[in-house]
Design a protein around this ligand. Structure first.
Ligand code: GTP
Ligand code: MG
Length: 196
């Protein structure tokens, strides 16, 4: 059965610290506090594999988790957290951009957006950047347990409209690390993109 084994491998501040390019990998990107670490725990059925927090800025490095001896899930630091000094944010932007562009074994980027709010300017820029750089990606609309189905449908429609205007056709999956909504769909996508 898939997602049986999950273990922490390393924390890498930048590309040159990442493990050798041996296994396919999928990374989780998005604003601080959007729920990246929580969704990794839910997908792997672990409570504390990735550290989560109420305070944005918890994950500060690229954390590698090896799944079933077959592929890596990579938890990225969140972007756009105002309390991090600008210089730090710029460095982060450069390091992550470098990773996203140059990591040969990166098979898919999962970009998380909070389902309760419209995508921020940074989110939209990131869609556009991923699209222009021809990076395979999908969008996870997180914390779906916190809003009504009606509100979720309008968030989904709003995000699809933005993507359509950018001529980008990617999966958008509403999900929740709390209720488990969308988790099977995310697992299938991960398995598909890591050639399992
Ligand atoms: P950084 O590491 O700071 O970039 O944040 P992150 O994106 O990893 O977020 P994290 O998983 O730490 O979650 C942030 C907060 O949101 C925590 O308090 C989580 O418990 C909460 N949270 C995450 N996902 C969900 C969800 O699906 N539903 C609800 N209700 N809360 C969630
Ligand atoms: Mg985190």
């Amino acid at each position: 059965m898939a997602f049986n084994k999950a273990r922490f491998i390393t924390s890498a501040p930048k590309l040159s610290d990442c493990p050798p390019e041996s296994l396919p990998e999928i990374c989780f990107a998005g604003r601080s506090n959007v729920g990246k670490s929580s969704i990794i725990n839910k997908i792997t059925n672990r409570k504390r594999l990735a550290r989560t927090s109420n305070t944005p800025g918890k994950t500060q490095q690229m954390n590698y988790y090896e799944i079933d001896d077959s592929f890596y899930l990579v938890d990225l630091p969140g972007f756009g957290y105002a309390k991090v000094p600008k210089k730090e944010r710029d460095r982060w932007g450069r390091d992550i951009q470098n990773y996203l562009l140059k990591r040969n074994t990166l098979h898919l980027v999962l970009h998380l957006v909070d389902s309760r709010h419209p995508p921020s300017k940074l989110d939209e820029e990131f869609f556009y950047w991923l699209g222009s750089n021809q990076k395979p990606f999908a969008i996870l609309l997180t914390k779906a347990d916190k809003i009504s189905n009606n509100k979720l449908r309008s968030s989904l429609a709003a995000i699809r409209k933005i993507l359509e205007e950018m001529n980008i056709d990617v999966p958008v999956i509403p999900c929740s690390a709390q209720s488990g909504k969308g988790i099977e769909e995310i697992r299938s996508l991960i398995l598909e993109f890591t050639d399992q």
